[in-house]
Ligand binder design. Structure first.
Ligand SMILES: [Zn+2]
Length: 261
């Protein structure tokens, strides 16, 4: 699936070895039975979790905060906002995620896509994201992946968020534009930083290039990433897209960190 599905951003940097490896993977699909993407147990069809992984994946379902998508411990009724978004409203309008980012299949899939050279996982992960984000995607004009800084893109050779955006695009029909946002500041990792330090770290990190503003202006944008931790990265991206004239920015991720039980 790699050639047809790769985003322009990653395709241009896709080395021959990666394409050969993808071709080899396709050949292996024919030779070997389908495997669960999280644990490699045999399954009926490729791209589907095995039953034990399916059961142990912490899928996020209602009741959740209508803005942030963070699950509520108990159902208090529809249309409620969490205390977190009321106290500190995010820049993006709404966020949705497939699963909680915690130990288990969801975390394994995220790590394998990002560090394990398993680009083909973006297909099923993107299809799940399209389902979890159906409300956001219903009237979306544009999908924009959270960009990597070009030095990191060069080192890793592909942007997992761009691969996910391409897969969500195939599932929902809205176009993905990996060039609508660029990371102009190589930020240090967010891990271990306080909330204020995270925001400071990301100050001015993203922008819509002047020649891309027309792609964004007046559009309803869905920002796409693999994981949402504090929401600070999505906030910084949303701020840049709104500055470029986006009508609305929502955020769709595969997994999100949920701090409240
Ligand atoms: Zn499994």
């Amino acid at each position: 699936m790699s050639d047809a599905s790769a985003s322009p951003q990653s395709r241009t940097r896709e080395p021959l070895t990666r394409r050969l490896r993808a071709a080899a993977a396709r050949a292996l699909d024919v030779l070997y039975p389908a495997a669960c993407p999280a644990c490699f147990a045999p399954v009926a069809r490729n791209g589907f979790l095995c039953a034990p992984c399916w059961v142990s994946t912490p899928f996020i379902e209602r009741p959740f905060c209508e803005r942030s998508g963070a699950p509520f411990a108990q159902d208090l009724g529809d249309g409620l906002f969490s205390p977190e978004v009321i106290a500190d409203p995010p820049v993006w309008s709404r966020a949705r995620a497939v699963a909680r980012y915690e130990d288990g299949p969801a975390r394994r899939l995220v790590h394998r896509l990002k560090y394990g050279d398993r680009i083909e996982l973006a297909g099923p992960m993107g299809a799940w994201m399209a389902r979890a984000g159906a409300e956001l995607l219903a009237d979306a004009d544009l999908l924009v992946p959270v960009p990597l800084h070009r030095r990191r893109l060069f080192a890793r050779r592909f942007n997992q968020a761009a691969e996910l955006a391409a897969a969500v695009s195939r599932a929902c029909g809205a176009p993905a534009n990996p060039l609508a946002l660029e990371r102009v500041k190589a930020t240090s990792p967010q891990v271990g930083l306080t909330r204020a330090q995270r925001a400071e770290n990301l100050q001015g990190a993203f922008r819509t290039p002047p020649e891309r503003r027309q792609d964004v202006a007046g559009r309803r944008v869905v920002l796409v990433d693999d994981v949402m931790t504090s929401g600070a990265t999505a906030n910084a991206c949303a701020r840049a897209l709104l500055r470029a004239g986006a009508e609305r920015v929502d955020a769709l991720v595969f997994a999100r960190v949920v701090t409240t039980p």
